[in-house]
Design a protein around this ligand. Structure first.
Ligand SMILES: Nc1nc2c(ncn2[C@@H]2O[C@H](COP(=O)(O)OP(=O)(O)OP(=O)(O)O)[C@@H](O)[C@H]2O)c(=O)[nH]1
Ligand SMILES: [Mg+2]
Length: 400
């Protein structure tokens, strides 16, 4: 699951609505969103149907003109203000929402048109680089607040040898979607002693938690409101930070998707262009809005950035790949005869057997071997899958 985060009034709900076409309240004042919105967005990838030259019949996803759109869960959070970790604003509520997030899209007001708390100000006055730093601090301090009280006892237990530090931290932090590998990575990066945690200073602990935040909640920046002039200079400065930065106009994507939903334009999420299919159905205001999107966003940036940000979150931050399980490797069908029915989003490193388990426990348990459809080659249980592999699993147990 991917969280959409940032201070109030930056366009998180606009981004979310555009990405999911789920209704969410949007307004130009802070704290419009109080309860989080959950919805289904899509990641976009060229479908293997074109390579195999087949007409597919997807079940768990969509295929539009050879583009596969695969559902992923997104959550639109309440805005975060400085001091949230101490409970300011909607503080802890916001932070609770991102407990389960595997990755974060930070919606930044790149135009600097909102102050530190999300109130409107003259575009260009607020420095968005500050917004990035503040969100990092808030999250690290939130981690610290969760752990700090138990830390002395936890460190002593680790040193007494009854349980190792990794296991203790893993147990304590499991509710935050933090896994052993994340903790291991943060320990390695900070070079802190795993054997003598009682010797860590308070500063060491914060440094460790900062590293843990980076690995367990990887984040990218969507430089939103890119249509407003001051955003361009700020974009260059945001790119100097150590993040993937996607220039973005959430409002433009919302205009396009709503028009596409009504059949007024032909536009797939993430396309670099659109065509008007029903000019008579457009009001003057809509025509103007679409023309603006065309001139100010698509011709300049090639896309609105919304789809790209979602894609980057899953493909780059989380290192996911897309694989297509089928039953019949000749016809690429399932037992109902549907061609390329499913596309699964799995982490890079997933083996053939792990995929079998993901599809169905029985398939995993009875795994004998698998066949990859491009090369029509047998693969074993430990074979690591590649992006766009089409895999048929031969199992002693049938699914279902
Ligand atoms: N110019 C411009 N304005 C935008 C863009 N995206 C969103 N906005 C505007 O920014 C304001 C805030 O949008 P929301 O989506 O409600 O922002 P939010 O971050 O969800 O706000 P909270 O829920 O209050 O935290 C609205 O007036 C939007 O129309 C954009 O790409 N460009
Ligand atoms: Mg909102």
């Amino acid at each position: 699951m991917c969280g959409i985060v940032g201070k109030p009034n930056t366009g998180k709900s606009t981004f979310f609505s555009a990405a999911t076409l789920a209704p969410a309240e949007i307004a130009n004042y802070p704290f419009t969103t109080i309860k989080p919105n959950r919805g289904i967005g899509y990641i976009r990838t060229p479908c293997v149907c074109t390579e195999f030259n087949v007409k597919d019949n997807p079940k768990n996803s969509l295929c539009m003109d050879g583009i596969r759109l695969i559902p992923v869960e997104l959550i639109d959070c309440a805005g975060l203000v400085p001091g949230a970790w101490q409970g300011r604003g909607l503080g802890n509520q916001f932070l609770d929402e991102i407990r389960k997030a595997d990755a974060l899209i930070h919606i930044v007001d790149a135009a600097g048109a909102t102050d530190s708390e999300g109130r409107l100000c003259k575009p260009g006055t607020r420095d968005p680089v500050e917004d990035v730093k503040f969100l990092e601090t808030e999250m690290t301090m939130w981690f610290a607040q969760i752990l700090k009280r138990d830390w002395p006892k936890l460190a002593r237990t680790a040193e007494s040898g009854t349980e190792d530090l990794l296991t203790l931290l893993e147990e304590r932090l499991s509710g935050l979607a933090i896994r052993r590998a994340h903790i291991f990575d943060a320990l390695r990066k900070t070079e802190l002693s795993e054997e003598k945690p009682t010797a860590w200073s308070e500063e060491d602990l914060i440094r460790f938690l900062d590293a843990l935040r980076k690995t367990s909640k990887p984040m990218l920046l969507a430089a939103n409101k890119i249509d407003l002039p001051p955003a361009e200079d700020n974009l260059e400065r945001l790119k100097e930070l150590n993040y993937i930065v996607v220039p973005c106009c959430a409002e433009a994507e919302l205009v396009l998707r709503r028009a596409a939903e009504k059949g007024l334009v032909n536009y797939k999420p993430g396309d670099c262009n659109f065509t008007v299919t029903k000019p008579e159905g457009l009001t003057e205001a809509q025509k103007k809005a679409l023309q603006m999107v065309q001139e100010k966003i698509l011709q300049k940036l090639e896309s609105t950035g919304v789809q790209e940000a979602v894609n980057m979150a899953f493909f780059k931050l989380l290192n996911m790949i897309v694989v297509y399980p089928v039953e019949d490797v000749e016809h690429l069908t399932d037992h109902e005869g549907r061609v390329l029915p499913d596309a699964y989003v799995v982490p890079y490193g997933t083996t053939a057997r792990q995929l079998a388990y993901t599809v169905h426990t029985d398939l995993g348990e009875g795994f004998i071997y698998a066949v990859e459809a491009h090369e029509k080659k047998r693969i074993g249980e430990n074979h690591v899958l590649k992006d766009r592999d089409v895999v048929s699993i031969i199992s002693a147990k049938k699914r279902g």
